[in-house]
Design a protein around this ligand. Structure first.
Ligand code: ZN
Length: 233
């Protein structure tokens, strides 16, 4: 397998992806809100969906049956393709999410640093395996669509989980809110609500494909509650 095929493929995908991001109205708005210290996890979620969709479109421009040797997605290709591009999304999303979390911490008067989750190598491995399992590229092509968006959204969910756990461990009372978007399924409707860290359902950070539900976390919410309780006493 000629190494240069993958290098060229990644170069083309990166170029198209950067171009889409730089022209994105959603990203422009998200960055503007961050500058004005008004961004929340809703914007982080929007950014993740946009970056995930842009990546998926860029990959689909260049990764076609004809572009692959024997029209097959070999392990060597899918492994490098997924690790390179999804790590890139991980860097973009965790970078923006950290800035938002730090601003939220500051606004709540918490001297805590934003926590960054690990790159979920297991999930990437799962995608790589599904991509290489099929006889023909057309059978697995769909994995390069919505699953890449869902993976990118999971980086936001992992970030919230990591920060909520951290803040709970230092004695705060974090609250997590999950809101449905569009026409939700029964599973999502059932998960919607506002929960304290200890009462949150196990599936609060999970999502099915095409689920655009927003998981939100603002350290100020738990903080406010503490202050009120103190005043009442
Ligand atoms: Zn949902």
């Amino acid at each position: 397998m000629d190494k240069d095929i993958v290098i060229d493929l990644l170069k083309s995908i990166d170029g198209s992806f950067k171009d889409k991001n730089s022209k994105s109205k959603v990203l422009k708005k998200d960055i503007e809100l961050l500058k004005n210290e008004k961004a929340t996890y809703k914007e982080v979620n929007d950014l993740a969906i946009e970056v995930g969709q842009n990546l998926s479109q860029s990959i689909n421009e260049f990764v076609t049956a004809e572009s692959l040797p024997n029209e097959k997605m070999y392990f060597n290709i899918s492994n490098r393709l997924m690790n390179h591009t999804l790590k890139n999304n991980y860097d973009i999303v965790t970078g923006y999410a950290s800035d938002v979390q730090n601003q939220l911490n500051q606004a709540a008067n918490l001297h805590l640093k934003a926590q960054v989750p690990d790159f979920n190598q297991e999930k990437v491995k799962g995608l790589v395996e599904r991509l290489t399992a099929a006889e023909s590229f057309d059978d697995i092509k769909w994995i390069l669509d919505e699953p890449l968006v869902t993976f990118t959204q999971s980086i936001v969910d992992d970030t919230i989980q990591k920060n909520v756990e951290f803040q709970s461990n230092v004695g705060l009372k974090p609250r997590i809110t999950r809101t449905v978007v569009g026409k939700p399924c029964d599973w999502c409707k059932n998960l919607a609500g506002s929960y304290s860290y200890n009462d949150a359902p196990d599936d609060i950070y999970r999502r099915h494909e095409r689920c655009h539900c927003i998981v939100d976390y603002n350290p100020g919410d738990g903080r406010k509650q503490n202050v009120w309780t103190k005043n009442w006493k």
